[in-house]
Design a protein around this ligand. Structure first.
Ligand SMILES: *Cc1c(COP(=O)(O)O)cnc(C)c1O
Length: 369
């Protein structure tokens, strides 16, 4: 028997979440962001649930090629553009739309002189300060791109730093509108948070990622609880053993949890080598939630490489073999992330290669849409 841990990727949830996003931004086309192996879900598995999108956004040329091999004929956007002169030929061969965020990328196109037309998204840095032309450089970059024979359509692109937080997007939207004033072309601005919460920023294209996977851009599940998003990944295991603790008994490495009264704990076949966060709290306040046989309980002690421990007080009938859910339906990944001082993005991306993954597929009727 293999270890009982396994993950499930739910294609109906992905398709549902794409519909939720479309309803929030009805006038926009959608770049479904599938970078990082579709946020850990597996590009191929995610493709099965997201093929109703208008385009896919990702970073890695190899992942773009994989999408073409899966039969995707529509647009593919390289969110960071290309990296080396020899990549230019692949843009043409695979009909990729590319972000252009810096002078060097323009120069590579000028030197390579591909036949084109290559569709680009010209990136404006409106305050995130990672990638993009500064507002005062933007117009000149746009003029230069426009005069390049190999460049086809030019979409104005920027990225928000605070669409999920109190600072919001106004300062960046103002900078965007100023820098692109009187320039023709469509725009692409919104990540999941702006797609869900800032309709002013929708424009021709939106670029949701995390929302498609059913987690919250803010890391707070309550922020998406009413939107109808469904978790696209669930992680499951079983109890390997049960221990009876006496007052004063401690649990696991570092003895971070000590029983104050007699209690039962369960030992779960899941650890940080499976992608469960080692920082998840199993002591003190706000301990990480776990479902044992559908009942919500909490971590006790420190997560180790292959195991973690849970309080069985609310589940008196649990024993070796009882099913455990680490995140998924009825247990938002955001809640586990919050008890680990991170966000759902990191947990889903960290699902370890050793965890077997199965796919819950769309029925033929759902696939018809
Ligand atoms: C990752 C990414 C997105 C998607 O962000 P989410 O917060 O997951 O919706 C959108 N645009 C760019 C440029 C990105 O890199």
């Amino acid at each position: 028997m293999p270890r009982p841990i396994h993950a499930v990727i739910h294609q109906p949830a992905l398709a549902n979440n794409l519909e939720v996003v479309r309803r929030r931004a009805p006038a926009s086309r959608v770049w479904a962001v599938v970078k990082a192996n579709a946020y850990g879900h597996g590009l191929k598995r995610a493709f099965g649930g997201l093929r109703g999108t208008d385009g896919f956004g990702l970073l890695d040329l190899q992942e773009a090629v994989t999408l073409r091999e899966l039969g995707w004929q529509g647009p593919i956007l390289l969110l960071e553009g290309f990296f080396q002169p020899q990549d230019v030929a692949l843009l043409e061969e695979y009909r990729l739309t590319t972000a252009i965020h810096c002078e060097e990328q323009l120069r590579m196109l000028e030197v390579a002189r591909p036949k084109g037309p290559i569709a680009i998204q010209l990136k404006l840095n409106t305050g995130m300060n990672r990638l993009g032309f500064r507002p005062e450089e933007y117009r000149a970059a746009w003029e230069r791109a426009r005069t390049l024979a190999c460049i086809g359509s030019i979409v104005h692109m920027t990225h928000f730093s605070d669409a999920d937080g109190p600072r919001g997007i106004d300062h960046q939207l103002d900078a965007f509108e100023q820098a692109t004033a009187n320039l023709p072309g469509e725009a692409s601005l919104s990540n999941s948070a702006a797609t869900l919460w800032h309709p002013r920023a929708h424009r021709a294209w939106v670029r949701p990622g995390i929302a498609l996977y059913g987690a919250s851009p803010s890391g707070v599940h309550a922020d998406i609880a009413d939107l109808g998003l469904m978790p696209a990944m669930s992680l499951h295991s079983e109890l390997l053993a049960v221990q009876d603790l006496q007052p004063g008994d401690s649990v696991g490495y570092g003895s971070l949890f000590t029983a104050e009264q007699p209690m039962r704990i369960g030992i779960v076949a899941c650890g940080y080598a499976d992608g469960y966060p080692r920082h998840a709290r199993g002591w003190g306040e706000h301990r990480a939630p776990v479902l044992v046989d559908g009942v919500r309980t909490h971590l006790v002690g420190r997560v180790s490489m292959d195991m973690l421990c849970v309080d069985l007080t609310p589940c008196p009938r649990a024993r070796a073999g009882t099913p455990v859910t680490l995140w998924g339906h009825d247990l938002p990944i955001d809640d586990v992330a919050a008890a680990s001082d991170t966000v759902g993005y990191e947990l889903m991306c960290a699902l370890a290669p050793r965890v077997p993954v199965s796919v819950a597929t769309l029925t033929a009727a759902e696939a018809e849409g």
